[in-house]
Design a protein around this ligand. Structure first.
Ligand code: F0G
Length: 434
């Protein structure tokens, strides 16, 4: 069976050619996903092939996404692929963070080690390849910062024109700077993420621009590799829990799809549970999970959080994410600004560091273990989605006691680390050190 696009809605399941430029089902408006037959694949042979490719100098094999290309066979040939050697991100044990979370052990999979500093690169190499294959010249996205940084880099590397829309004043300078440096046409729009997404979808259609938001099913395919690589690094021993932050919920959808496919292929024996953590001021998915089965998502009209990456009130991928969390036996929780800030500092003290949205994972885990939902001896991998340098302003404010929550209240710098201003006086500095 060739690769196809299939409507995610159970009652529709309409199928379309893989080269059709559509982002939602033309029949029912549902989300789309790429679908393949994996019947001819053999688990043992795949494991061997993927290990051998790690030692190879061919760019495609060096990529932590395309190395696993049997899991994402949507291209006819690989000449359209641009790789910046995305993926290849480490599993980092963090005993101090484990203790903070109330766990015996905790491992972070740090997607901030990617070329543009976030997990978006795993998906963007695939989305860009599809854009080139379709003969597109321009690509666009709305972003809370990381998608735009990633899209700018991959589109420019592929010779496409990146066009970026961001909520004015609501993304970190690190991310905005990346978009500018990588040559994107950048529009700072006076609206929030959800409003701009609606605008960009209309503009993309009107001007024939390829849309690279996470509604794009090929980006989701690429993000599956985060899980495939994680399992490869763990010698195919699945953890009990995988914890990740939730914004637009593309990553949750990708993780669930990857786990289902790996399981059906016999590459993993058990299905880990997915725990999705949202910021309390932007937590429509958490609210949805509290309501009865069959409920639909109520958007948060004015989402708020300093973790700007996940400041999203109307996540497009919620039907997929809901299916994945429920079928994995997982859960959704929400954490406060103070909890995120402290968890982030703890991850920093492990010598690891991450951006604010990523720290929601540790903050959430601390809650889940306290509530008994995650057992102390559980085998847990938390995914850190963005690099520590994405938002240095937040870090400086936290450590100097000047970080204010969106409601204006001052956050406590529980683990603050004030820099000391001192005159050029050796004795005085020696005294301060001792
Ligand atoms: N963590 C970081 C660092 C992110 O940048 C994002 C999303 C998420 C978590 C949430 O992932 O949307 O798949 O649930 N950032 C998007 C962006 C929205 O535009 O960069 P999600």
């Amino acid at each position: 069976m060739p690769a196809e696009l299939v409507c995610f809605e159970e009652r529709c399941r309409a199928r379309f050619p893989i080269t059709e430029v559509i982002y939602n089902c033309p029949r029912c408006g549902g989300l789309l996903e790429a679908s393949y037959s994996f019947d001819h694949l053999d688990a043992a042979a795949l494991k061997r092939t993927w290990r051998e490719r790690r030692m190879c100098n061919v760019p495609l094999d060096q990529s932590g996404v395309w190395r696993y290309r049997e899991m994402i066979p949507f291209l006819d040939d690989y000449s359209a692929v641009v790789t910046l050697r995305e993926g290849n991100t480490p599993l980092l044990p963090a005993p101090r963070a484990a203790e903070y979370a109330g766990l015996d052990r905790l491992v972070f999979k740090h997607q901030g080690f990617n070329p543009t500093g976030s997990f978006k690169d795993n998906g963007m190499t695939c989305g860009t390849a599809q854009a080139v294959r379709l003969g597109m010249k321009r690509v666009a996205c709305v972003s809370t910062g990381n998608t735009s940084a990633s899209m700018a880099a991959y589109a420019s590397a592929a010779g496409l024109q990146p066009i970026i829309f961001i909520p004015h004043g609501n993304i970190s300078y690190g991310k905005l700077a990346q978009a500018l440096e990588y040559g994107a046409r950048t529009f700072q729009v006076e609206a929030n993420f959800d409003q701009i997404l609606a605008l960009v979808r209309r503009l993309a259609e009107r001007l024939g621009i390829y849309l690279l938001n996470s509604i794009n099913p090929f980006r989701i395919e690429g993000q599956k590799s985060i899980i495939v690589e994680m399992m490869d690094q763990r010698d195919w021993d699945a953890p009990d829990w995988i914890v990740l932050p939730g914004g637009n919920l593309g990553n949750t959808s990708a993780f669930g799809k990857a786990l289902r496919e790996l399981h059906s292929l016999g590459l993993i024996r058990k299905m880990p549970r997915l725990a999705v953590i949202q910021a309390a001021g932007s937590a429509p998915f958490f609210d949805l999970m509290q309501r009865s089965p069959g409920a639909t998502l109520n958007p948060v009209i004015h989402p708020e959080t300093l973790a700007t990456a996940i400041k999203i009130g109307d996540p497009v991928s919620w039907p997929k994410a809901l299916h994945e969390v429920v079928s994995s036996g997982g859960c959704v929780d929400k954490v406060t600004e103070q909890e995120i800030a402290n968890a982030k500092a703890v991850i920093g003290m492990c010598g690891i560091g991450c951006e604010p949205a990523s720290a929601a994972t540790l903050a959430g885990l601390r809650k889940l273990t306290a509530e008994g939902k995650v057992e102390r001896d559980a085998d847990v991998v938390a995914v850190l989605t963005g690099n520590v340098l994405k938002d240095p302003d937040y870090i400086y404010r936290y450590h100097t006691g000047s970080l204010d929550a969106p409601d204006g209240s001052r956050l406590q710098s529980t683990f603050g680390n004030q820099p000391v201003v001192v005159e050029n006086d050796e004795d005085r500095i020696a005294a301060l050190i001792s």
